[in-house]
Write a new protein. Structure first.
Length: 399
């Protein structure tokens, strides 16, 4: 990494890319934006953010515009919304598709957070994993046959081998970091990589994780004690989404199905459709329903991604069509920018590398149909407490 604001990649100005969800935006995210800009000496910071549906199969706590605004006020220059086919994924495809998208934004350096691991430790782990690939694959296959989930099978396989790197690969942030590095290595024109270990506190302020903040807000703790002021005010003014609100709509969706029709929904496999149709009538409490679906084969996130596909009525054929579009006509929505971000955005549009939607119309809407469907259903669940998300909106401009 050079220290003069230019990348080693063809002597280009450094453009930092961050893949994020900001669910919600918190002190750790603000620290990450500031620290990564300083470490890399980036001239522009681009955030590729999940829209209103996030990686763990949930609606984001607050809408994409509020999260984008908080990021722009804390150091991002350009915030882009990723298509749902990139966000509603397990760690491997989430990393693969988002790395593919952010590279097309002419990013020179990819930055991300980890629990404790440095860039060097992550790269060493990936090298170690490649050396032991055949053995790991064999152990994974054995564990899957015993009924474990893929994530559990992967962790089992890793720990059957000797000289395992010391950091905790079971941490979601470490797992995702390894997948980012892997996706970058497998692509042409690789980006520089910078990993930033998280802080637990800063200047006396405890830095809570996103999941901790969501739980505390459900218990009606004040957002001012949990997140930066820019986000706290938005949280106070917002309808806070979660699966509890969406559960009656999910029950309605499932009541319309038989096992045969559920098999056409994306992600449905291994006969889980029978269990879904059995358990949906047992309780009107979402958490009780979710607990009834968990097993050593099915994790909370994997179940919730299937439930989101059911709620949004995403068929397997439709999902494959969106994946094909991601390759042939990648599309993102522009949520907001600063002056530096606007300058970079203009250069991207002139290169025609990907479709950048700043103003939705009939043609561009067809390229972002999955996100628009999710946004419409989210609004319906909120009884229109959440404002229109697309057709009357323009990018946020931060002077």
């Amino acid at each position: 990494m050079r220290k003069d604001g230019f990348s080693e990649l063809k002597n280009k100005p450094i453009v930092l890319g961050i893949i994020a969800e900001y669910n919600p935006f918190h002190y750790g995210h603000a620290y990450q934006l500031q620290a990564l800009r300083e470490i890399t000496r980036a001239q522009t910071v681009i955030v590729l953010m999940s829209g209103n549906v996030v990686q763990r199969g949930e609606f984001a706590l607050v809408d994409k515009w509020k999260r984008a605004e908080a990021a722009l006020k804390s150091g991002a220059d350009l915030v882009l919304e990723a298509p749902i086919v990139a966000s509603l994924q397990g760690a491997d495809f989430f990393a693969k598709y988002n790395v593919q998208l952010i590279k097309q934004c002419v990013v020179t350096t990819l930055g991300f957070g980890t629990e404790t691991a440095s860039t060097e430790e992550l790269k060493e782990f990936l090298d170690w994993q490649n050396i032991h690939k055949n053995a790991i694959d064999r152990y994974i296959k054995e564990a899957l046959q015993e009924g474990l989930s893929y994530a559990a099978s992967y962790h089992f396989a890793i720990h059957q081998l000797e000289n395992v790197p010391t950091f905790d690969i079971s941490s979601p942030n470490h797992m995702l970091a390894v997948q980012y590095i892997k996706a970058n290595k497998e692509s042409l024109n690789q980006m520089d990589i910078v990993a930033l270990p998280r802080l637990n506190s800063q200047d006396g302020q405890i830095i809570h994780s996103g999941s901790e903040i969501r739980q505390k807000l459900k218990k009606e703790e004040k957002p001012q004690e949990l997140v930066p002021q820019s986000m706290a005010q938005l949280l106070e003014e917002s309808y806070l989404m979660d699966w509890d609100h969406a559960y009656p709509f999910l029950r309605y969706r499932l009541a319309q199905h038989q096992p045969e029709s559920l098999r056409h929904i994306w992600g449905m496999r291994e006969g889980i459709e029978h269990l879904l149709l059995k358990n949906i009538y047992l309780t009107n409490n979402y958490n009780h329903f979710l607990e009834s679906m968990l097993s050593k084969r099915w994790t909370k996130s994997s179940i919730q991604r299937i439930l989101m596909s059911i709620l949004l009525d995403i068929s397997t054929s439709e999902w494959h069509r969106w994946e094909a579009q991601l390759y042939h006509q990648p599309t993102v929505q522009v949520l907001g920018f600063t002056e530096a971000g606007q300058k970079h955005l203009k250069s991207l549009k002139s290169q025609h590398k990907m479709t950048m939607i700043s103003n939705l119309n009939q043609k561009t809407a067809s390229l972002f149909s999955g996100n628009l469907r999710a946004d419409a259903i989210m609004r319906m669940i909120s009884s229109d407490e959440i404002s229109e998300q697309n057709f009357t909106r323009r990018p946020i401009i931060i002077k």
